[in-house]
Design a protein around this ligand. Sequence first.
Ligand code: FE2
Ligand code: FE2
Length: 361
Amino acid sequence: MLSTRATTKLCSPKQAAQLGRVVLPLHRATSSIPGCPAALRITAVYTSQHPSSSRSFSTTTPNHLKDFFPAKETGFIRTTPPAWPHHGYTEAEMLAVEPAHRETKTVGDWMAWKLIRLCRWGMDFVTGLTPDQQVDMKHSTTATSASKPLTEAQWLVRFVFLESIAGVPGMVAGMLRHLHSLRRLKRDNGWIETLLEESYNERMHLLTFMKMCEPGRVMKLLILGAQGVFFNAMFLAYLVSPRICHRFVGYLEEEAVHTYTRCIRELDAGLLPKWTDEKFVIPDMAVRYWNMPEGKRTMRDLVLYIRADEATHRGVNHTLGNLNQKEDPNPFVSVYRDGKEGQRPVAALKPTGYEREEVIG
Ligand SMILES: [Fe+2]
Ligand SMILES: [Fe+2]
């Protein structure tokens, strides 16, 4: 399936995938196919979504571009909706998100922050950022301008790598709390679902970007290695100090908010023409998952949704890092006592997280 609303109206997902494989080589010979709207739409997707870069990690030529996960067609099943439907945001909520940083207060905070700084340095290095593409490194979490923008290809490499990592900690934390509840015969107080939902949400980010590009072998190898290291490190670290792990994820999400904010600003400044091209079409799965309204389905809109998700993860994890890991209920899914109704915390609006006395009492 080629993720085009036009194609899904005209033919089945399988046919669309086949059509795309035919159209792409044709596109390389001709810039458009007059009189064929579906093919034009597919062409627009490919021309806009497969930017080239001198160091894009893509070792696959555009001729070999394919849909990694076409919808499986079966005799009985029409569609499979998301297990965790997205709760949605208003535009005002999404625009209110700002890059921010929680100052370190404990040795554990400091360790988590330094580790994130190291990861950020590694990320900039492997994604081939030149010095003039880097933001002010002294304020790198909140600075969002550099003298030279990233290309669309560099952004996609960054997004795919970041999201493939970001989906790990929620799953590890949710799994370990699940197992802890089973073996200690104790309730969990509502943390598991929020953590698993976070990892699900991150995976949806990844899959959305995977519809826009095809990583090369080097990139796939990097993702494989990074997951192997990160999963095991997070597994062991969460057993030792879940509090530091949540703080670490809070700082990771600060970086994510920063990254997407910079992308939005470069889109607004017209520095990413392939994504602001009116022919550019975002993946269908994104439109469905975020329930994006008609007329609000540009790349900028998509990045706004994703950034709001990251701001939620940031607030949730900084808050969880402030709580008693064994006893406290999850304040983001709890029902509050009389007089506190309507005061359920909103993670996206609290970049540094809620302190324990604010939400537990
Ligand atoms: Fe994400
Ligand atoms: Fe996130």
